[in-house]
Design a protein around this ligand. Structure first.
Ligand SMILES: [Zn+2]
Length: 314
């Protein structure tokens, strides 16, 4: 986000805070804690751990492209007024750091809860057109940390600790919710391990963007992918198509993956040529409005991935 835009939004924020006098009535929702989240996994983890003690808000709208999200003035007010701002951290959330530099709030970043991996440019991956313009400094971390269920546990533990510190009265509830949710995540983790152990293959091909590096690292899978996780250009190039087709043939893979909200072009081309199937692997980065409405969870989406992985590993 441009600096001038940020200054403008902060001005709006100051004006609207002044206008409402800073003490809005609590209204119907009298949850003692409010958590503002940026991406879907953070939203769902917050719901699971905080339960009824928190009003949880998701900033990135359902179905939206999370990498180019920019907050509205209203979003910024929400952040300023919340008990805990629970975000992802990393490159796509540069706006978060700009905002916090101006107006610090209690913040927890998922990226800080786990051992971060640097972004990897894998053999055969289509090169990125760097549109940011600015020279990147230091290592760029892959931000899709939640795609490993083991990381999800660590994130939820950190969230639970922070909530207990911020709202000691809720501690027993938070700890009980964490215990229950951790058991669910462990079952999921065990299912992925079993699937990989019993699979005929150890390689997965993502004929799409690849936002699941933490996932494949966790389960010792080799991977090939068309584009990096946060690529904004997903038009298939002949060389990338040829490389992936080659991998599918050599490994005799029964299926390739595409991810949610994909144009599926790359997967279609690879499938047409090799006769393999295309399967959805949901990165849980974002969900559709209908799914959100129906209360879809990280666990449901990831169990779908267990089935897809079973099929893909043969
Ligand atoms: Zn991403």
């Amino acid at each position: 986000m441009k600096k001038s835009m940020m200054a403008f939004l902060l001005l709006c924020l100051a004006l609207s805070l002044a206008a409402c006098g800073g003490n809005e009535p609590a209204g119907e929702n009298s949850a003692p804690v409010s958590i503002v989240t940026t991406v879907f996994p953070a939203y769902d983890f917050a719901r699971q751990i905080a339960g009824e003690r928190a009003e949880v808000t998701l900033l990135v709208p359902p179905g939206a492209e999370s990498h180019s999200f920019e907050p509205t003035a209203r979003d910024m007010i929400r952040v300023q007024e919340c008990t805990l701002f629970f975000c992802n951290g990393g490159e796509s959330e540069a706006w978060v750091e700009d905002l916090l530099a101006q107006q610090p709030v209690e913040t927890l970043r998922m990226l800080d809860c786990v051992e971060a991996l640097e972004e990897e440019e894998k053999e055969g991956m289509q090169e990125l057109h760097e549109e940011h313009g600015e020279e990147e400094e230091g290592p760029e971390y892959d931000e899709h940390v939640w795609t490993s269920p083991v990381n999800a546990q660590r994130i939820c533990e950190a969230l639970c600790d922070r909530l207990c510190a911020l709202d000691p009265e809720g501690e027993s509830l938070y700890r009980a919710n964490l215990e229950r949710y951790r058991e669910d995540l462990q079952l999921l983790d065990a299912a992925f391990r079993k699937t990989v152990d019993e699979g005929a293959h150890r390689t997965v091909v993502f004929a799409d963007r690849f936002p699941v590096r933490y996932f494949v690292e966790e389960y010792g899978l080799e991977y090939f992918a068309a584009f990096p996780g946060c690529a904004d250009d997903t038009e298939p190039a002949a060389r990338t198509v040829a490389f992936l087709i080659d991998r599918v043939r050599q490994e005799k893979l029964p299926a390739v993956f595409y991810i949610e909200f994909s144009n599926e072009k790359m997967a279609d081309v690879v499938c047409e040529d090799t006769g393999c199937r295309k399967l959805l692997f949901h990165s849980c980065h974002n969900v559709s409005a209908a799914d959100l409405e129906n209360g879809v969870t990280y666990l449901q989406l990831m169990w779908g991935n267990v089935s897809a992985l079973k099929e893909a590993l043969g």
